[in-house]
Each structure stands twice: as structure tokens, then as C-alpha cells.
Design a protein around this ligand. Structure first.
Ligand code: FES
Length: 179
């Protein structure tokens, strides 16, 4: 009676002595490990491609508006005691394009005091017009009326006209804007 020892083979010794064809049939453990390596390599490749592409596509969305001071006029160009419409341009980024955009603003000067009033009506955004004889801003759309400093006098506007930050330096009127 022959005695067969209970011999256990480890994973790496299992294929010893087998033909190449037999060795090709991988054990489930090896297959699993190879699958994991391939998955890691695939994730790396996808990340290397998708990362830069997404960065390029979304970069304009991630760019916040720039803030800064813009020279809009010399103080002596603004008549005292009334509002004057000033047009100025600013270089802004529009998606992937850099464009020079035109803006307009009402500058009111009372002696040394300067105020910049946005012309967009706070009701639905129509452009208000300054009436010199009444020293008021009128909205042509629904009859909103604003006083000389942009406060609401009558009509549907829920609040006064927006006033932008402004300063005078060396005789230049500088407007603070975010674009
Ligand atoms: Fe100015 Fe309506 S948009 S009153």
C-alpha cells in the first residue's frame, strides 16, 4: 500500500512542470491581480487625458471678474452741480476672448464731491436718462423717477440706482469696477 503525502502547492509553484499551454490558464488570484494592474493603468491614462481637457474647457468659468480702478475723466471735464454721462472702455475677458467693452456712467460732481451713478434702472434694467432741468433721472420704460443722487422718487423701482466706488487722484476721476 503506497502512502501519498498530502502535498500542498503554493500559487507560484503550481505551474512548475506544466506545459506552456497549461501555464496560460491563469489561476484566479493571478487573474485578479493582473486585472487590478490594468485598471490602475487605465485610470491613469484617462486622468492624464481628461484632466487637461477639462481644465481647458472650464478655465473661463473659473476666472473671477477682475477688480480695478479705471480712469474715466478729468475732474475739470465734469460740470459742477449736475450729472454728466461719461463713456469709457475697459478690456475684459469674454470666455476665451479679450475684448474692449464700452460702458457708460453718470458722474455727478458737487464741488470736490464726485459720485458715479449706474444708468441701469433697478426695476427691469432699462437705461435711465438724466434730465438737466429737473436734476433727476427718468426711466423711459415704466416711468421710474430717481433724484439727483439716484434715490427712488416714484414709480416701480424697488431701490435706488447703484452707486459705484469712485476716487479722485491727481485730478483724475477713477471708477472702481469689477468686470
Ligand atoms: Fe425702469 Fe421699469 S425698468 S421703471
Amino acid at each position: 500500500m503506497s502512502h501519498q503525502p498530502n502535498k500542498k502547492e503554493c500559487e507560484c509553484c503550481k505551474d512548475l512542470g506544466k506545459s506552456p499551454l497549461e501555464q496560460e490558464e491563469m489561476s484566479p488570484g493571478r487573474r485578479k491581480m493582473l486585472g487590478a494592474i490594468v485598471a490602475v493603468i487605465n485610470v491613469g491614462i484617462v486622468g492624464a487625458i481628461v484632466g487637461p481637457v477639462m481644465g481647458f474647457v472650464t478655465s473661463p468659468m473659473n476666472q473671477r471678474g477682475k477688480k480695478g480702478w479705471v480712469k474715466i475723466a478729468r475732474i475739470e471735464e465734469i460740470p459742477d452741480g449736475r450729472a454728466t454721462e461719461i463713456r469709457y472702455s475697459m478690456r475684459t475677458k469674454d470666455g476665451y476672448h479679450v475684448v474692449d467693452r464700452e460702458y457708460s456712467i453718470y458722474v455727478r460732481r458737487d464741488g470736490e464731491q464726485v459720485m458715479c451713478i449706474d444708468p441701469a434702472c433697478t426695476h427691469l434694467g432699462c437705461r435711465v436718462e438724466y434730465q438737466v432741468d429737473r436734476d433727476r433721472f427718468l426711466c423711459p420704460c415704466h416711468g421710474g423717477v430717481f433724484d439727483k443722487h439716484g434715490g427712488v422718487v416714484s414709480g416701480p423701482p424697488p431701490k435706488g440706482l447703484i452707486r459705484h466706488l469712485v476716487k479722485v487722484e491727481g485730478g483724475n476721476i477713477l471708477l472702481h469696477r469689477e468686470v
